[in-house]
Design a protein around this ligand. Sequence first.
Ligand SMILES: [Zn+2]
Length: 302
Amino acid sequence: MFPDDAACAGYLEQLRWSGGFTCPSCGTGTTPWRQTRERLVCPVCRHQASTTAGTIFDKTRTPLTTWFEAAWHLTNSKNGLSAKTLERTIGANYRVAWAMLQRYRVAMVRAERESLYGDVEVDETLVGGVGHGGQRGRGSDKHLVVIAIEVRQPKGFGRVRMRHISNASAESLAPHVCDVVTPGAVVLTDAWRGYDALPKHRYTRRKTVLSSSGDPAPVSMPGVHRIASLLKRWILGTHQGSIAGAHLQSYLEEFTFRFNRRTSRSRGLVFRRLLEQAVVGGPVTEADLSHGYEWKAERPSP
Ligand SMILES: [Zn+2]
């Protein structure tokens, strides 16, 4: 479908201005003049708009066909792929492959705006701990992740959301629950007092049996337990267990994007959704890439 960059640019243009072209400079909804396949000119203010300006593709030197190929592999392989594998698959260098994946992960965050609802299990788990060379890591290599997952009736699970947190205090846990779970939902937790404030935030808290620290108990938290083990397997398998703490949140977003679309019948739709988010959101800065993507609440607090 995408033999060259012009075809890719045309597709992105359709996604970006699906309701018709709007000038990014003067805001006029109008029919633009076309300078090149990628460059449109506003007839009102003469602003030159590029399809990729202000998106995750901003100022890229990588051909769009390579970006599209990467997006296709990312959305069509069951477990995604590491930068090393992508490097081999598309013949880009490692740094380029890594940065492409990282930019797509930012687009994936933007695709997960709708809050979880109904009955939601929430618990923390530790990930990481195996450093380079396969040695058991010190405590500092372990990262705490809080997982929230919808429980469906009579059985099964819905969508998931995750966040890398620094500790399991109420100050870390409550904001995450408020950001990802719709008020009024029933939140299933263990007896940890870090969740005591939830009723104040209009949640019904239901305590399941007491679980010991560390991994979530498989019986009382089957959804969280399942996600935790899938996540650990994915990090060990696809990424050889090596994810820097600064970038962990980005990987959690990728896992979430794929898990929440696991029942999608059309891989083509998932591909389209990813590229849609890639052009409607803002650009990704070099700082985002080198310091790790800073997770931000998607909704203003009420
Ligand atoms: Zn204009």
